[in-house]
Design a protein around this ligand. Structure first.
Ligand code: MRU
Length: 346
């Protein structure tokens, strides 16, 4: 079983280093909250739910580091910890969801600072435990959408490595269908420039014994046209009220191609990925990452020195391209404004 994020008894945060998978399996130990923040920033850990769980652990660890018995002083420094963790990556809303949840936990009535620190640790543990359970439920909710013998295309990595571990979101649906004996196959887009598909999804699927074929991103349309692909399932970094979905750059292209070829396009995400505060995808901040991720591959320069480069990490797929959104509370279909709201209240 893949363990992406773990908390030690001292409150340290253990992360499988996703920058060097699959050739090396190394676990990084973050012993202070600044190290946790850096691990989110530099993508030692990545994937919206995994970022959320790591953030919760980072906030609890940061709280633990505050050496004061004075409650007012503690609260002031705790806000600073939350700001540092929240300032790491802008798009995945699970990060902000987790930090808010930790802040809420800190707002209870506590007789002492140690008591409050203990409550924060318990809250981080709960976030991690809930993530594992949610993903399993989501997988089972979505498996019904997959028919026996389907080949499912996925983009990026929305598996165990993108969550606390074990199941994943989009790959959780695939794993659940596989466990139901549906004999499915997976096509994994390599997902330039960070190669989450080539490095992480291919690795995860092979570990699970699921038939996986790796293709470069520009091959997806070709195989859809040839009838190789029956379904597309991806994860999400932030979903707006109306169902518009931010996910890894390239997802929009896949969704347009899927619609052109009459292939159902599904998004699998926990309710913590839905940003009920924003009406549509135009309000989702898109992270721009270092251009070196595009100019270099595996440390080797490919592009000419000085060429202009753009590197948005995510794009937004408008809701009309999405056949359904699979959550832990059930499956939402258009009109998403109503169906997502109903799931929130369920
Ligand atoms: O930049 P990343 O690797 O953090 O982006 C990850 C994705 O886009 C995933 O598809 C998304 O977070 C869903 S993960 C269950």
């Amino acid at each position: 079983m893949i363990k992406t994020v773990e908390f030690t008894s001292e409150g340290y945060v253990l992360l499988i280093d996703q920058r060097i998978l699959p050739t090396e399996e190394v676990v990084v130990e973050c012993r202070d909250y600044q190290q946790v923040a850096e691990a989110i920033r530099n993508m030692t850990v990545r994937g919206a739910p995994a970022i959320g769980v790591t953030a919760a652990g980072g906030v609890a660890l940061g709280a633990q580091e505050i050496a004061t018995a004075d409650m007012a002083e503690f609260k002031r420094r705790f806000e600073e910890v939350c700001d540092v963790i929240a300032g790491t990556r802008p798009t995945a809303v699970n990060l902000f969801w987790a930090v808010e949840r930790m802040k809420k936990a800190a707002n209870g009535n506590f007789a002492s600072v140690p008591e409050l620190k203990k409550a924060l640790r318990a809250e981080a543990d709960a976030v991690l435990k809930e993530d594992l359970a949610i993903n399993e439920t989501m997988g089972n909710n979505g498996a019904g959408l997959i028919a026996a013998g389907d080949t499912v295309l996925t983009h990026c990595n929305a598996g165990a490595l993108a969550t606390a571990g074990h199941f994943g979101t989009a790959l959780g649906v695939i794993k659940a269908a596989h466990l139901q004996g549906k004999n499915i196959k997976v096509f994994a887009d390599e997902t330039r420039p960070f190669l989450q598909g080539a490095r992480l999804t291919a690795w995860e699927m092979m570990k699970e014994g699921i038939d996986v074929t790796l293709i470069t991103d520009n091959m997806a349309g070709h195989y859809m046209k040839k009838g190789f692909i029956q379904k597309v399932i991806v994860g999400a970094d932030r979903i707006a009220q109306n169902g518009d979905t931010a996910n890894k750059i390239g997802t929009y292209t896949v969704a347009v191609m899927a619609k052109t070829h009459g292939i159902p396009f599904y998004v699998a995400a926990p309710l913590s990925t839905i940003d009920f505060a924003i009406p549509d995808g135009g309000h989702i901040p898109i992270e721009e990452r270092n251009t070196r991720e595009v100019s270099h591959v595996g440390g080797k320069q490919l592009a000419p020195t000085g060429v202009k480069i753009l590197n948005p990490a995510f794009d937004v797929t408008p809701n009309e391209y999405i056949s359904a959104i699979i959550t832990e509370k059930g499956v939402a279909r258009a009109p998403f404004q109503q169906s997502l709201e109903a799931l929130r209240k369920a």
